[in-house]
Write a protein that binds this ligand. Structure first.
Ligand code: XLS
Ligand code: NI
Ligand code: NI
Length: 437
């Protein structure tokens, strides 16, 4: 069966093309510096939003009713996989990601669920081989099932902790089988609704115990993917423990987990936490914790996770700047954790969403690369901190001074500050964005 009948493949046609089903900027073979666009960007399709999403919201039922979702049981899982790999192949993404409940339907018993997984995994594997697609990450969904009402690894119920471990154990085995590059923990229910009935310290200790056991099991079975934590400040819980990169990093340090984890940063989660996307990337990079990216964007006027396809070239430029400064994403990639709006009801809308997202980051990559090549921001930053290159500044950074000497120096010195030039810098960035070919 063919589900995406409009095209056989999305070609690169360049910026003058008027074909909406073609890339204008993303040419996977184009070299940017020493790597191709494909190698830098490592695009990934998110199974849940692209193939399972129906567009339901708290006020209305699903509006999107794709043909591959007209089945039930294992037939449903197979039809969805068929559609998924037709799509992934046509859009030309080298990676995909899934939760366990995306690839087979949620069933009540763990045994039945694992049996269905055992049936679908070889199907996925053979599609992966046929289409040359790799698994960026998989994960156990520890938030949808009503069992997780008090949390998963931070549940007040020890049986739920065990159930969560069983789900993660299975996904690590599947990740190993499919060669997953990473394993993501997004703690959708790892937080609290009310502090009045919560022992936060105890819950966090348990979360760390859970992660340590996951590391042990991964080692035991030879799972080599990178573990990632995906922060999000709120939604569904009022306060989620992995609030942002800084709080996830503090947690990992406290529990001696930094050698085993990096961070999966989602743009819309950054903005929900009151940060810019580039702030989160920068913070992770500065601490050697940048692992992977969920590429999407939020809506400035809405206070929840709208998970839109990224179209903001300015934001894509600044985030690609951070990614290039990081030397790339390593094992990670740019996963479109993004969904089309509930009014976008055709299969082709899924293509359009990915095309605009892939073009946006491809353009951002080109602009960021030029900014770095020309040291456009680097030289401004270098100049801003130049007082630490000599004299008292050099003494400070080489640990050759103390409060006595600094006070003596301060008593004899008249301070002169230099301009931060923010408006000039904004102008430079606009010029680079507008003049990139
Ligand atoms: C939800 C999260 C989720 C994770 C994977 O807000 O973004 O989709 O990426 O569990
Ligand atoms: Ni995400
Ligand atoms: Ni999200």
């Amino acid at each position: 069966m063919t589900y995406f009948t409009d095209v056989s493949h999305i070609p690169f046609e360049g910026r003058s093309s008027a074909n909406p089903l073609a890339f204008k900027y993303y040419d996977e073979t184009e070299k940017v510096g020493d790597k191709t666009m494909k190698e830098w960007l490592r695009y990934s399709v998110a199974y849940w939003h692209t193939f399972n999403e129906g567009g339901a919201d708290p006020f209305g039922a699903a509006t999107i009713n794709h043909k591959w979702n007209h089945y039930s049981g294992i037939d449903q899982a197979k039809a969805r996989a068929e559609a998924a790999f037709e799509f992934i192949d046509k859009i030309g993404a080298p990676f995909f990601c899934f939760h366990d409940v995306d690839v087979v339907s949620q069933t009540d018993s763990l045994q039945a669920f694992n049996k269905e997984l055992d049936e679908i995994v070889p199907v996925l594997h053979s599609y992966m081989k046929d289409t040359n697609t790799e698994l960026l990450w998989n994960t156990a969904n520890l938030f949808i099932d009503p069992r997780f009402l008090h949390g998963a690894a931070t549940s007040s119920n020890a049986d739920v902790f065990a159930y969560s471990a069983a789900k993660v154990k299975k996904q690590l085995e599947i990740g190993k089988e499919l060669g997953a590059k990473n394993y993501v923990f997004w703690g959708g229910r790892e937080g609290y609704e009310s502090l009045l009935n919560t022992d936060m310290g105890f819950e966090l200790d348990n979360l760390a115990r859970f992660y340590h056991m996951a590391i042990d099991y991964a080692k035991e079975i030879g799972f080599e993917g990178q573990f990632l934590i995906e922060p999000k400040p709120k939604e569904p819980t009022k306060h989620q423990y992995d609030y942002d990169v800084a709080s996830a990093f503090a947690f990992l340090q406290k529990y001696d987990l930094t050698d085993h984890f990096k961070i999966n940063i989602e743009a819309n989660h950054a903005t929900l936490a009151g940060h810019s996307f580039e702030h989160e990337l920068h913070y992770a990079r500065a601490n050697n914790m940048l692992g992977s990216v969920d590429a999407n964007q939020g809506d400035l006027l809405l206070g929840w996770d709208t998970d839109e396809f990224p179209t903001d070239i300015y934001a894509a430029t600044l985030s690609m700047y951070e990614i290039l400064k990081n030397g790339g994403l390593g094992n990670g990639g740019l996963n479109f954790d993004a969904k089309v709006r509930r009014t976008s009801i055709d299969p082709s809308d899924l293509l359009h969403g990915h095309i605009v997202g892939m073009d946006t980051f491809a353009y951002g990559l080109k602009v960021a690369h030029r900014l770095l090549e020309d040291r456009a921001l680097e030289s401004i930053i270098e100049n801003r901190y130049s007082s630490f290159k000599e004299g008292i500044g050099q003494d400070i950074v080489t640990n050759n001074t103390d409060f006595h000497k600094l006070a003596d120096y301060a008593h004899q010195t008249e301070i002169t500050n230099i301009s931060g030039r923010q408006e000039m810098i904004r102008g430079i960035i606009n010029q680079y964005i507008l003049e990139t070919n």
